[in-house]
Design a protein around this ligand. Structure first.
Ligand SMILES: Cc1cc2nc3c(=O)[nH]c(=O)nc-3n(C[C@H](O)[C@H](O)[C@H](O)COP(=O)(O)OP(=O)(O)OC[C@H]3O[C@@H](n4cnc5c(N)ncnc54)[C@H](O)[C@@H]3O)c2cc1C
Length: 303
């Protein structure tokens, strides 16, 4: 067995009750299927365990990062010597608060939350059904698709600060803009979000979700590992169209390539490294900039 580093000892000795995994491959937890081992990964089951992890980290000066479903993260090949706190499936629970509002824990997938809303005959979350991340990641990123965005439906968020204190903030206070929320600046963690929806016919809501799922299947390379759209939408255009117009469909660096099916997606053809993806992103962005003067910025979070 590999010997424990001081960093690993410090965490395991101080958090004996928390589920921890050592040398956990990030590739197992990211939709790109890329990333070396996290020295320690923690799986808090609830808010109190998460608070405990943050308090111990604060006391011992341990650097941490939050992971949802890993569907918008490019993790480094060499691994991470930080504590990775994984919330997917750990911070669980959905409840109906009133006729039109549901409260969803951060680790629940957006698909599950959308299905829950549909079963109650609530409309507004259909767009989120095919986004493969967690509610925490979706709120952090202000995820969106097919004309809908988290900011349209999110009326309140429970956030935890670095000391483990929870505060409920309104949707307006979240500073939502395109693929951005104020959490990028504050470093707070989403523990749950409230979505206010509209009463509708459950069958119609489900039909709309089916329709969007079919659109996705027809246009996106869902059979290959990726992190969805690799670039943010630039002002006045679409990243996929610019990449396609510059003849970059299929452009490949190592095991990473611009999808032949959807030029906005970078896919892992097998054995791609994080370095392959980063080089590809830079080369594509440079080529588009040289030809159009438009600079494409990565949407995927590069750790
Ligand atoms: C096939 C495919 C299709 C996609 N389609 C779309 C789409 O249509 N629209 C869209 O917007 N995105 C899309 N994505 C990207 C991705 O699913 C979203 O950005 C999603 O919101 C990320 O959620 P996550 O839980 O996977 O976050 P992660 O990838 O785990 O993390 C992303 C960022 O959020 C932070 N974070 C995660 N959870 C929390 C939390 N609880 N509190 C604070 N910070 C947190 C992380 O630290 C990280 O910086 C797609 C991805 C794939 C693979």
């Amino acid at each position: 067995m590999t010997e424990m580093t001081d960093f690993q000892k410090k965490i395991t000795e101080n958090l004996p009750e928390i589920t921890l995994r050592l040398h956990e491959p990030m590739a197992k937890h990211t939709s790109f299927r890329i990333g070396g081992p996290a020295h320690v990964m923690a799986f808090p089951k609830n808010e109190s365990e998460l608070a405990q992890i943050l308090q111990v980290s604060d006391l011992l000066d341990i650097d941490w990062v939050i992971l949802g479903a890993g569907t918008n993260v490019l993790a480094p090949d060499e691994g991470l010597d930080r504590l990775v706190i994984c919330l997917k499936d750990c911070m669980d629970g959905i409840e109906q608060l009133d006729d039109t509002t549901i409260r969803v824990a951060a680790g629940v997938t957006m698909t599950r939350a959308a299905v829950f809303a549909a079963n109650l005959g609530l409309s507004g979350m259909e767009f989120a059904h095919g986004i493969p991340g967690t509610v925490g990641g979706g709120v952090y990123m202000n995820a969106g698709a097919y004309g809908g965005e988290i900011k349209d439906i999110c009326t309140a968020v429970s956030v935890m600060d670095r000391k483990g204190n929870i505060r409920r903030v309104s949707g307006e206070q979240m500073g939502f803009s395109y693929r951005h929320s104020i959490l990028e600046e504050t470093g707070q963690i989403v523990v749950a979000a409230e979505f206010t929806l509209e009463k509708a016919d459950a069958a119609a809501v489900k039909e709309r979700m089916q329709e969007l799922a079919e659109k996705r299947r027809a246009s996106q390379p869902l059979n290959l590992p990726s992190a969805g759209s690799a670039f943010k939408r630039p002002a006045g255009g679409y990243a996929a169209a610019l990449i396609d117009q510059n003849g970059l469909k299929g452009f490949q660096v190592g095991g990473a390539a611009i999808s032949e099916k959807h030029a906005g997606f970078v896919v892992n053809l097998g054995g791609a490294s994080a370095q392959d993806v980063k080089t590809l992103l830079t080369q594509v962005s440079d080529r588009v900039f040289e030809n159009t003067g438009i600079r494409l910025e990565p949407e995927v979070r590069i750790w």
